[in-house]
Design a binder for this molecule. Sequence first.
Ligand SMILES: [Fe+2]
Ligand SMILES: [Fe+2]
Length: 256
Amino acid sequence: MFPRLSAYSQIVARLQWNPAAIDFTADARAWPTLPDARRRRLTTLLAGFRVAEDAVAQHLVPFADVAEDLDSMQMWIFFLQRRDEDRHALFFDRVSAEVLRLPGGTPAERRAAASAHVPPALLELFDVRLPALAADLAAGRAELLDGIALYHMVLEGAVFTAGQRALLDDLADGALPGVRAGLEHVELDERWHIGFGLRCLTGARAPNLLDDLPARAAEAAAVWGDAVPDVNRDQMMEMCRRRLSIAGAALARTAA
Ligand SMILES: [Fe+2]
Ligand SMILES: [Fe+2]
């Protein structure tokens, strides 16, 4: 039902990609020609990912540190995930600089510029709640599984999934081919991250942490405001329900 922990290295190896190699020439040319409303919505989504992927890359560190004491294989998988998150942060930084043309000569300056385009509720989630959780984990005040419930199931499983669905639908016409190509890689990476999180929760027999997942997911995905259409929120909720049924089936099997 879930891959063996030892299989993750092969899964990740198959998904390798290089965000520095993506060609944004056509995207940069097309961007100023898109209608204003479409550019505004895409800016909210892409600037949101610029900020959020930076935050998840930074705040995954204590997860690996805590896992080191529990299970060295799990720690290694968090390390593999961290490499993905660094790639995602680089990809969205390049999009910000080369396509959106956000001001700033350094990644930190571009991150600050991106924040100005992001709904406050999204900033609260990634600049306040996630760092607070990471600090609690590092200090031993929070459990690893509580961290996974927020990070993998809510932030990645709900906020990222809904935002990715919205971006992939919007860019299905090929208007920004480099952005779309990178997003497809990001989405595949995030699928294994979320699956790994789900595996950790069900493997630890912590189904209670999933009880309120649909409510938490719906609330968290709302941070995008109207940048994410209802149809994409519904798709995300359906994926959420599917994950819960996989978790339920896995738990039933281990209980049998
Ligand atoms: Fe990511
Ligand atoms: Fe991720």
